[in-house]
Design a protein around this ligand. Sequence first.
Ligand code: SF4
Length: 65
Amino acid sequence: MKIIITKACMGDRNCNDLCPEVFEYNEDELKSIVKFDEIPGQYKDVVRKAADECGADAIEIEDDK
Ligand code: SF4
């Protein structure tokens, strides 16, 4: 699984709260970033939940394998 966070991120940090192992808030970019190029298997479900819940629709799943 590969994901990106687009510029639409409004920085409410919901994804960071859901899964700090994957999402990190970047103070310089004022948006969240993804810590992994390839999402480890154990985080896939919570990443899908974060994408569903993101109020800005900023978490895009590019490859769901
Ligand atoms: S939940 Fe969405 S809008 Fe909020 S910090 Fe994460 S990517 Fe950004």
